[in-house]
Design a protein around this ligand. Structure first.
Ligand SMILES: C[S@@+](CC[C@H](N)C(=O)[O-])C[C@H]1O[C@@H](n2cnc3c(N)ncnc32)[C@H](O)[C@@H]1O
Length: 262
């Protein structure tokens, strides 16, 4: 992992996973960078899960790959609905927390979406949700989409979910403030994150040898780039809305690529 932004990103999620990995829903939200006041609402969570199921073209027989699974927030809802779920992530600490959930038909593996350790055409469908927002430019995302298309079977879908829309940036930033105020009014202030755990002796040595600043940035994307990539790759692509109960509906979008049937 040579790029500094990627090490900072991975360390951000790793630090969260080390601090809060008791497997509670609130902690899973915390590791995924989600507000638990919003995502603990079971109606909103179910809306998200059933929307991914439908938009990723899943069925109970599907072998499903998630790129950027963090500590299993979506695996909990999706793995019981498919025949097998595989989640990959850059953060080993987040994956450890995911493995501790002991989900019946889920496997978690350390991997970079740019270089997936799977053969061609092995999955029925692959998705990545709330992950592209971390990528400093579209080219990185494009490389991951190509790689995801490689590992899905002909006719299978690659579903990229919840991409911040560059055309809506200003309104979106206002919406974030309004949603936070609505949540404060309804539930009170956000719960404090868990106490950070002291670094292990191994981490202390690692940090001394290769200091990394844990950080994430929200990047925005142009809808056209996703359409043009589909054209370039010669695969069909459709841009869709995020799930109906998401308070950011209209400010983020999804891209669905379908690998050509043979
Ligand atoms: C905001 S979290 C989203 C987690 C989960 N998909 C969800 O919706 O709750 C983003 C996750 O993507 C992972 N990630 C970012 N870039 C990645 C890459 N190139 N390959 C694999 N995982 C990546 C991060 O480590 C982090 O765990």
């Amino acid at each position: 992992m040579s790029e500094p932004w990627k090490s900072s990103l991975s360390e951000f999620f790793s630090q969260r996973a080390r601090a809060g990995s008791d497997g509670s829903f609130a902690n899973l939200c915390y590791v995924s960078g989600r507000d638990p006041r919003l995502w603990s609402d079971s109606q909103i969570y179910e809306d998200l899960i059933s929307d991914i199921f439908q938009q990723a073209g899943l069925s109970p027989a599907a072998l499903l790959l998630e790129v950027g699974c963090a500590s299993g927030f979506l695996a909990i809802g999706l793995s019981p609905k498919v025949s097998r779920y595989v989640g990959v992530d850059l953060s080993r600490d987040a994956l450890r927390a995911a493995t501790r959930l002991r989900l019946a038909n889920a496997d978690f593996k350390h991997a970079d979406g740019e270089n997936l350790p799977f053969g061609d055409s092995v999955f029925d469908s692959a998705f990545s949700y709330d992950v592209f927002t971390n990528f400093p430019d579209f080219a990185l995302g494009a490389g991951i989409i190509r790689e995801m298309l490689r590992v899905v079977r002909p006719g299978g879908r690659v579903f990229i979910g919840s991409i911040p829309d560059a055309a809506k940036r200003e309104e979106y930033e206002k919406r974030i403030v309004a949603v936070a105020a609505e949540l404060d009014a309804r539930y009170g202030p956000p719960p404090p994150g868990p106490e950070p755990k002291p670094a292990s002796p191994l981490d202390r040595i690692r940090n001394f040898l290769r200091p990394v600043n844990p950080a994430i940035v929200c990047y925005y994307f142009n809808r056209n780039d996703f359409l043009q990539l589909g054209e370039k790759l010669g695969v069909s692509v459709e841009l869709t809305d995020i799930h109906p109960l998401n308070p950011y509906l209209g400010y983020r979008f999804n891209a669905i690529y379908t690998k050509n049937a043979k």
